[in-house]
Write a protein of this length. Structure first.
Length: 270
C-alpha cells in the first residue's frame, strides 16, 4: 500500500476549497464578506458578480425581505458554473419567504396627481431620476398585478368576453372587421392589436386606421400593420379567438388598469 508523506498530505488539504454559506439581507452591505448574518451582503448584484463561489456553497436570503433586481451570470461570475450551489432562506420561520422582484419600486411619497375619472398620474422622470424607463411590462400595486388599459376590458369570469371576434378579414388591405367596432372613425389609430392566432400565442399589429360600424347589422374595421398570422375564416367561430387592443390612454376606463407613455414618462393608474 502506498503511503503519503504527512507533509504532502497537509499541503494537499490546504489547497482544497472549503464550501461556505453566504447571507443576503436588506440590512446588509455589499462591502461585507457575506459569511455571517451580521456580515450579510445587501444586493443581488453582489451575488451575481462574486467570483469566489465553489462547489457546495449556499446562498441564503433573509425571510421577510424583498430584493430588487436580478440574478445573472456576469463574465467573471462563478455561481453559474459550480456544482451543488444551494439557494435558500434563513431567519424567523414565522416570516414569509424572501422575494426577488425584477420590478422597479416607485418610491413612497411620489406625487400622484388626480386628472379626473378616478385616474391618477405620476411622473417617473421625477420619481426615478436615475432610471430611463422607456417601457413597462407590468405594474403591481401592493403586489397585486394591474391590467394594462385595453378594449374590451378584461373579464375574469367570462373568457370569451376578453376578445372581439372577426366577421371577416381582407388580406389585400390588412383590414379586420367586427360588429363590435362602434367607436368613432380612427378612434383606435396607434393602438396595439393582440390577435389570438393560436391557443398559445398572440400576433401583434399596429392599428393604422379604424372605422365605425354604421348599424347593428354592419361591421366596423381595423386596418392593421404587422406580421399577421390570423385566419378569421377558420378561427372566427371559436369563442376565445379574436383580438383585443391596448396602448392608448383613451382605453384607461376600468378600475385596476394602467397606461404608460414612454415619451413623456408618465404612468397612469385607475
Amino acid at each position: 500500500m502506498m503511503r503519503i508523506p504527512f507533509g504532502v498530505w497537509v499541503l494537499f488539504c490546504a489547497q482544497c476549497a472549503q464550501s461556505a454559506v453566504y447571507y443576503v439581507a436588506t440590512s446588509g452591505s455589499d462591502s461585507n464578506d457575506g459569511l455571517s448574518e451580521t456580515r450579510a451582503w445587501l444586493t443581488l448584484n453582489r451575488v451575481s458578480t462574486y467570483t469566489g463561489f465553489v462547489d457546495g456553497d449556499s446562498i441564503l436570503f433573509r425571510r421577510g425581505d424583498e430584493f430588487r433586481g436580478q440574478l445573472y451570470s456576469a463574465a467573471s461570475n462563478t455561481y453559474a458554473r459550480v456544482v451543488g450551489l444551494t439557494f435558500s432562506a434563513y431567519g424567523n420561520s414565522a416570516l414569509p419567504l424572501p422575494a426577488i422582484s425584477g420590478a422597479l419600486l416607485v418610491p413612497r411619497g411620489t406625487a400622484w396627481t388626480h386628472v379626473g375619472s378616478s385616474v391618477y398620474v405620476a411622473d417617473l422622470d421625477a420619481a426615478l431620476p436615475s432610471v430611463a424607463v422607456a417601457s413597462i411590462q407590468n405594474v403591481f400595486v401592493n403586489r397585486t398585478r394591474m391590467t394594462l388599459a385595453r378594449w374590451p376590458n378584461r373579464n375574469p369570469s367570462n373568457q370569451a368576453a376578453n376578445y372581439i371576434v372577426s366577421t371577416g378579414y381582407t388580406p389585400a388591405t390588412s383590414t379586420w372587421a367586427s360588429k363590435a367596432l362602434v367607436q368613432p372613425d380612427n378612434y383606435f389609430v396607434g393602438a396595439t392589436a393582440r390577435i389570438r392566432s393560436a391557443q398559445w400565442m398572440n400576433s401583434l399589429a399596429t392599428v393604422t386606421a379604424s372605422t365605425k360600424a354604421s348599424s347593428s347589422s354592419t361591421s366596423g374595421t381595423l386596418t392593421l400593420s404587422g406580421d399577421l398570422q390570423y385566419n378569421p375564416g377558420s378561427l372566427s367561430s371559436i369563442p376565445l379567438y379574436g383580438l383585443f387592443l391596448d396602448g392608448l390612454l383613451s382605453l384607461l376606463d376600468a378600475p385596476g388598469e394602467w397606461y404608460y407613455n414612454g415619451t413623456t414618462r408618465l404612468l397612469y393608474l385607475r
